[in-house]
Design a protein around this ligand. Structure first.
Ligand code: GLC
Length: 540
């Protein structure tokens, strides 16, 4: 990380500022997303946990990442694997306890790694104290005001209050039984029925999130990934919508469930708390495609970073990838923000599979890693990507994502990218657990284990390690500007204007000649100056 605190004292020079500026650590950090259920299990119950993460910090240090992002570890009945929080200021026993969290944070800090956590402010679990109180209280009560309780439509109120669908399928409303036993009001849940949406107009909701932020920041947490950061404000009157282009797990920019202007006031409130902790940061999950509207979330008084999913959505084709990069840079440039890059996470198909699977998919994923790490800004890596893991086709009876049942078993959901990590050995569970892994692990992952890849210089893990090390240490990666060069169809080349690194992508089916320069790294072997198909190279 850049740290100029050792720079010479220039205070004697009248035309230079006397303060030495240290750039925020997250500006060009590599974040590693730990999906805690699937990373490493220390107690043999088949589900990963915080001590498992702590035990593997040496591995993450070797990989060279700067920060962890832990998907939710707060108390939860796990209807959506932790994205349904029943107590935001405690650790779920499945993952450990507050002492285990403190221990992980201390151990990560001792190795120079930051720890960031997922926060879920859009909704709670149905087991949250507030929701139970709301169910036990009458319509119109302050307890119900913390959520969206509405009377149903139709003469007997048996129709949902509006026509919104849930992101996971089925209606976004569930009817409750009133305390006196009569059929009652409906509550809004943009996700599963176990995830009632909070009403951010209620001051209790605002105050409680601020208390949660301070609770974790005071314990040494370095920042937060904010779940559904574009969804916390709902439009007045909750109007009906024409859903003709609705898809499960996706939203368009005109979707009334998301990106309502009032959401920015919520982010300003969060930022005020964060500013009490000057080193801390937030990154929001923002599924907004319009650049101008995306940029609004990372204005100087809102989120520090916004997740940009364009690279994760682009097919492996030079023009599409280039457009994704240019759009991502443009979206943040207008507000002086920092770009972010991600190829995958716990909600999308793994890149090896997305790019075609097998050896071709793996080669393309390796190439895209070099593209991603050549760009200015912060990078988010999803656990297992460094091993080149593919998505897994799981049997029906193993599926746990609520999407599977909610869609009437038509959508398989996201379990395929959440299969536990293989650490060592030749058969499942590959050192992940001493028990039964919570999702079955494939029989053919022996070559993909950390143990198998660590000493193999041609492995995907070795490529990640080399690329991350070069990016951290070489001056050629400096500066925010990217210039594009003319290149053959199906290829592209860009150069970091300040540092001078050139990145070439060959997405065609034949080899191409590399431009002049010294080869720093390539995703497949360069022979006589030729870059093979489905490959990328770094030149200086
Ligand atoms: C976000 C999370 C996803 C979760 C949803 C509801 O999109 O990334 O995993 O299901 O929010 O909390």
């Amino acid at each position: 990380m850049r740290d100029v605190s050792d720079a010479p004292d220039t205070s004697a020079t009248p035309d230079r500022p006397s303060e030495v500026t240290v750039e925020p650590w997250w500006l060009d950090a590599i974040f590693y997303q730990v999906y805690p259920r699937s990373f490493a299990d220390s107690d043999g119950d088949g589900v990963g946990d915080l001590t498992g993460v702590e035990n593997m910090l040496g591995y993450l240090e070797l990989l060279g990442v700067n920060a962890l992002w832990l998907s939710p570890v707060m108390r939860s009945p796990m209807a959506d694997h932790g994205y349904d929080v029943s107590d935001p200021r405690d650790i779920d026993p499945l993952f450990g306890d507050l002492a285990a969290m403190d221990s992980l944070v201390a151990a990560a800090h001792a190795r120079g790694m930051k720890v960031t956590m997922d926060l879920v402010p859009n909704h709670t679990s149905i087991e949250h104290r507030w929701f139970r109180e709301a169910l036990a209280s009458p319509p119109g009560s302050p307890e119900r005001e913390r959520y969206f309780f509405r009377d149903g439509r139709g003469p007997d109120g048996s129709e949902p209050p509006n026509n919104w669908p849930s992101i996971f399928g089925g209606p976004a409303w569930t009817r409750v039984t009133e305390p006196d036993g009569s059929p009652g009001q409906w509550y809004l849940h943009i996700f599963a029925p176990e995830q009632p949406d909070l009403n951010w107009d209620d001051p209790d909701v605002v105050a409680d999130l601020h208390a949660t932020l301070r609770f974790w920041l005071d314990r040494g947490i370095d920042g937060f990934r904010i779940d559904v950061a574009h969804g916390m404000a709902k439009p007045a009157g909750l109007p009906d919508h024409d859903w003709s282009d609705n898809e499960l797990l996706h939203n368009t920019d005109d979707d009334p469930r998301f990106d309502n202007p009032e959401v920015h006031e919520i982010h300003r409130g969060i930022r005020k708390v964060l500013d009490e902790y000057p080193e801390a940061m937030t990154v929001g999950e923002i599924w907004v495609r319009d650049n101008e509207r995306f940029g609004e979330y990372i204005r100087p008084d809102e989120l520090h970073l916004g997740f940009n999913f364009r690279l994760a959505e682009a097919p492996f084709a030079a023009d599409d990838v280039r457009a994704a990069i240019e759009q991502s840079l443009a979206a943040v440039a207008q507000v002086g923000g920092t770009p972010t890059w991600t190829l995958s996470n716990h909600d999308v198909e793994r890149e090896v599979t997305r790019y075609g699977g097998g050896a071709v998919g793996r080669d393309r994923a390796r190439a895209m890693l070099l593209v991603e790490l050549a760009l200015p800004g912060a990078v988010f890596l999803y656990n297992g990507a460094e091993l080149g893991l593919p998505n897994v086709d799981l049997p029906d009876d193993a599926l746990q994502d609520p999407v599977w049942e909610r869609s009437g078993r038509t959508e398989r959901g996201r379990d395929g990218c959440r299969v536990p990590l293989p650490w060592k050995g030749t058969e499942p569970p590959y050192g992940f657990t001493t028990g039964q892994p919570w999702l079955p692990m494939p029989d053919d992952w022996a070559p993909l284990t950390v143990e198998a890849q660590l000493e193999d210089v041609t492995s995907t893990l070795s490529l990640y390690r080399s690329a991350i090390e070069l990016r951290a240490n070489r001056p050629e990666f400096a500066g925010p500007e990217v210039d594009w060069y003319g290149s053959p169809a199906g290829c592209f080349a860009f150069r970091r204007r300040e540092g001078g690194l050139t990145c070439v992508l060959n997405a065609t089916s034949g080899p191409i000649m590399l431009p002049p320069g010294t080869l720093l790294l390539s995703s497949s072997p360069v022979v006589e100056g030729q870059l093979p198909p489905d490959s990328a190279a770094w030149l200086i």
